[in-house]
Design a protein around this ligand. Structure first.
Ligand code: PXL
Length: 290
């Protein structure tokens, strides 16, 4: 009974040994924010798939055995949070998982990991996109980056879009199921030094936007870091724009803590140096309503 004093989050992501992506971002962040993370690993990798070489062990066949035990234990999750899924078959398993463990008040967060910079990640194809399109229908919150937004909507990628067009796209994605849609890595035309995060909440029909300083370096795992902070902040009772502020500021601090070193960017941001900031109240707020 005492364990119910700490909320439980089922985290369905891969475990990549090096690179600070997926579970290696999700677990430390959500533990630091005061939640119990219960991982359901989708695959085990030597490192994420953006390293030139990696080994991957697909766990699709193992997942149902773990889920069966959790069912038998009658575990109740306060949130279900999914990210990188290793195969289209896994998405079917995850859909069933959500149906089984869905309760009236738990939060389902789906980070539809598919690609970046207008392209799919190495291990994915169109079947993965179709399956992801059907998975997001079950979410309360989705957090695609710009590339994933276009794949999920079945539209050709376009780098620059007006606020009006982006707002339409956010509503279009929300109409498929999720109440909250947050799109990251939105480039700003004629301002190479900023990227933006846009969000829509169907409850209240409000749109939010936050500008983030752009650093000329690419660190894998920042999407996982972002969605982990959003999940924790929403579960702590933050409003959507405050959750976005916290996530954007955490990533900026993480990048600033890393950028000054001569360092292999593939190893991700130096999360360990900034984790304690998650427990400091947000002092500066940058969100706008659009
Ligand atoms: O951060 C997304 C991610 C998660 N898991 C694996 C990845 C990536 C991105 O490259 O390769 C295995």
């Amino acid at each position: 009974m005492y364990s119910e004093n700490v909320k439980k989050i089922a985290a369905i992501h891969d475990l990549s040994g090096t690179g600070r992506t997926s579970l290696m971002a999700v677990i430390p962040i959500l533990s630091t924010m005061g939640f119990e993370v219960c991982p359901l690993p989708t695959a085990i990798l030597s490192g994420h798939t953006q390293y030139p070489h990696f080994y991957m062990l697909d766990l699709t066949e193992e997942m149902p055995k773990i889920i069966a035990q959790w069912k038998e234990m009658k575990i109740r999750f306060d949130a279900i949070y999914t990210g990188y899924l290793g195969s289209p078959g896994q998405i079917t398993i995850v859909k069933e998982f959500i149906e089984t463990f869905r309760q009236e008040n738990n939060l389902v967060v789906i980070d539809p990991v598919l690609g970046d910079n207008g392209k799919l990640y190495k291990t994915f194809d169109n079947q993965m996109v179709t399956q992801m399109q059907s998975l997001i229908q079950k979410a309360d919150v989705v957090t695609p980056n710009m590339t994933e937004l276009f794949y999920l909507l079945g539209k050709p990628y376009s780098q620059h879009n007006s606020d009006q067009t982006l707002k339409q796209y956010l509503v279009e994605l929300s109409d498929k199921g999720p109440q909250i849609v947050i799109v990251t890595s939105v480039p700003v035309e004629k301002d190479a030094n900023t990227t933006c995060v846009y969000a829509y909440n169907r409850e209240g029909e409000r749109f939010w936007k936050i500008g983030c300083p752009y650093y000329p370096a690419h660190y894998p795992g920042t999407g996982d870091t972002f969605t982990s902070v959003i999940t924790g902040a929403l579960m702590q009772g933050d409003s959507l724009p405050v959750a976005m502020d916290r996530a954007v500021q955490f990533i900026s601090q993480g990048i600033r803590a890393t950028f000054g070193y001569e360092y292999n960017q593939m190893d991700g941001i130096l999360l360990e140096k900034v984790l304690p900031t998650l427990n400091i109240p947000v002092q500066i707020s940058n969100y706008e309503m659009i």
